[in-house]
Write a protein that binds this ligand. Structure first.
Ligand SMILES: Nc1nc2c(ncn2[C@@H]2O[C@H](COP(=O)(O)OP(=O)(O)OP(=O)(O)O)[C@@H](O)[C@H]2O)c(=O)[nH]1
Ligand SMILES: [Mg+2]
Length: 322
């Protein structure tokens, strides 16, 4: 028992028992240390308090076991192009993914349902696109990795709710988030990826008036947009063709001399694509050994003999000679 401890000391001791966080405990222990008399008989107590302080300091440095690990999600690319479905909360992004692919995202009528990206494959003729559902684009919730997901995508499907009475605020919030990510030029309608604009929920009566407001305020800048209802599957059928157009894809079928062409699995390249780009896509060493190519285009049965810089068109059939 240490002599001459002031009554406040005992008061602090009682407070210490109630304190819950290490920060609170450290603060109280430091006060106790300050108010206690410093003489020989209190040395042991002083040391004990100092040990406790350093123990709580260590505890504060340790990450708490319940703290969420920082997740930086990444989506492995697949197919002929990667498209991120982005836009304001609750606009129907996950519903769109569910409608067009076999993915099974959570869909709910409250905002910010989606917290992680989720991919799904959308078939189109003999190729397929990868759609990636993403969490809502909003300054208050969007994490930096969402910017990275968008940056890695080839194009964006920007989905907004044409029946929402808060559409203008929602659009502004999403567009400013893109600016913050460095994916939109500040104050301009210029983005770092091509965008397919989709106005959803046109099945709802409110869409009639919201559409006019959107047209007036954004029509010119956006240029063209598709109006859809994911719920009623209206307008969504136009999306795959639109994606193909926006990605400026060229499908090329290859042929081995003396064999029929492989018309099942085309190589997909982005315009402008040359014979050399195709050779590189087939095999890393092929461009080095390339001599000439024979190319069939359209209905013609007579092949053209072409060199490395010849530009390819969709559905060309090519036979490379080394
Ligand atoms: N009326 C109508 N409702 C729709 C349509 N598409 C989606 N919804 C509804 O809108 C709500 C939100 O849909 P989600 O697909 O979860 O929207 P989200 O954009 O993924 O939402 P967050 O992940 O929260 O950003 C759900 O209740 C859907 O059923 C549509 O075309 N018409
Ligand atoms: Mg969602």
């Amino acid at each position: 028992m240490v002599a001459n401890l002031p009554p406040q000391f005992y008061q602090k001791e009682a407070e210490l028992k109630k304190a819950r966080t290490p920060q609170e405990k450290i603060a109280i222990l430091e006060e106790m240390l300050a108010i206690m008399p410093k003489h020989k008989s209190s040395e042991k107590l002083q040391a004990e308090i100092k040990t406790k302080i350093s123990r709580y300091r260590k505890e504060m440095e340790k990450p708490s076991p319940t703290a969420r690990k920082a997740v930086v999600p990444h989506v492995e690319r697949e197919g002929a192009g990667q498209l991120a479905i982005c836009g304001p909360a609750n606009s129907g992004k996950s519903s769109l993914l569910a409608a067009l692919t076999r993915a099974t995202p959570v869909v709910a009528d409250y905002p910010f349902t989606t917290t992680l990206p989720l991919p799904g494959m959308l078939p189109y003729q003999d190729i397929s696109f990868q759609l990636v559902d993403t969490p809502a684009l909003s300054r208050s919730v969007s994490e930096p990795w969402l910017g990275e997901i968008l940056r890695r995508a080839d194009a964006w499907i920007f989905l907004f709710d044409l029946s929402s009475d808060a559409l203008l605020e929602e659009l502004e919030d999403s567009l400013l988030t893109l600016e913050n990510f460095g994916l939109k030029q500040p104050g301009q309608f210029t983005f770092s990826r091509p965008i397919i604009w989709l106005g959803n929920k046109i099945d709802r009566p409110a869409a009639a008036t919201v559409r006019e407001i959107f047209r007036e305020l954004y029509g010119q800048q956006v240029g063209s947009w598709l109006e859809i209802s994911v719920q009623e599957r209206r307008g969504v059928e136009k999306l795959p063709g639109k994606i193909f157009e926006v990605l400026r894809l060229v499908r090329v079928y290859t042929k081995i001399p003396g064999h029929p062409p492989d018309l099942k699995t085309p190589f997909t390249l982005r315009e402008p694509a040359s014979i050399l780009d195709l050779a590189a896509a087939i095999h890393r060493q092929l461009p080095e050994n390339f001599k000439y190519a024979r190319l069939w285009r359209g209905e013609s049965e007579t092949p053209l003999v072409v060199g490395r810089d010849f530009l390819l068109q969709d559905r060309d059939i090519v036979e490379i000679h080394t």
